[in-house]
Design a binder for this molecule. Structure first.
Ligand code: SAM
Length: 241
């Protein structure tokens, strides 16, 4: 069923799609009166609707039911991702949103090759990618790509999550299965390094801050593979699959 994120609240039992949403509904999907759509407030609430009228810049929808979105993971997932080279972050953002991440926090660590000066534009582009991915996969929440922060701040913020996982390529003692054997907290932070990996002092700071250093196995995954594998495993362990 077609799904649109809207900022409008229902008025007299109706919501009218305008702008891009109206164009997509009327011109691209060619929706007709009587067809069903789901509108979503981007904050966990869904409006089941029936299209009433279709005009060039306005598609009026009658709300038939309001209920919590049913597509969100049980846990609130935050991905802290060290800035990778090139446009890999676009793939990482898209896949992380499909896998249910609520927040994506890019950070600059010692071994990040990419040190963009205009990070605001990049974050804005990543946010657009996140919103497209959220629409495509039917998310109930509009995920947020946050501003780029230093590694130290990322570690401090990740430590605030009930389950805080530091994915360290040199970790040899604790696998993800063991780390999650005590259950998955309601908030989960996943911290992933760049192509060059984490510096020993970053790993030490993470452990000092209370993050659990975990291994994803004996193979070294690319920085764009690691978050996908880690998120899938956490979703599974958290009873979402
Ligand atoms: N330069 C590092 C090396 O050669 O050992 C590899 C870094 S890896 C490309 C990028 C990030 O993915 C790592 O910093 C880590 O966060 C995560 N990662 C990749 N493979 C991993 C593994 N087997 N266990 C834990 N984390 C892993």
């Amino acid at each position: 069923m077609p799904r649109f994120f809207v900022t409008e609240r229902p008025e007299n039992g109706r919501i009218t799609l305008r702008g891009q949403n109206a164009h997509h509904a009327g011109r691209v999907l060619r929706l007709r009166p009587g067809e069903r759509v789901t509108l979503c407030d981007g904050a966990g609430e869904d409006y089941d609707c029936v299209v009433e009228t279709v005009e060039k810049d306005a598609v009026a929808c009658r709300v038939t039911a309001i209920h919590p979105s049913e597509t969100e993971p049980k846990q609130r997932l935050t991905l802290f991702m060290a800035l990778p080279k090139g446009d890999k972050m676009e793939l990482i953002v898209q896949k992380a949103v499909e896998l249910g991440v609520r927040d994506i926090v890019p950070f600059l660590s010692k071994n990040c090759v990419s040190r963009p000066d205009k990070t605001a534009q990049k974050v804005a582009r990543w946010q657009r990618i996140a919103e497209e991915a959220a629409s495509q996969c039917g998310r109930g929440w509009l995920p947020r790509v946050q501003p780029v922060i230093p590694a130290g701040e990322a570690i401090t913020r990740a430590a605030q999550s009930e389950t805080a996982l530091f994915f360290y390529e040199n970790e040899t003692q604790t696998g993800l299965r063991a780390a999650l054997s005590r259950g998955v907290g309601s908030t989960v932070a996943l911290v992933i390094g760049p192509e060059g990996g984490f510096a020993p002092e970053e790993a030490a700071a993470a452990k000092q801050a209370g993050l659990t250093s975990v291994s994803l196995g004996r193979r070294i995954l690319r920085c764009e593979t690691a978050p996908i594998a880690a998120l899938a495993a956490v979703l599974y362990a958290g009873g979402n699959m």
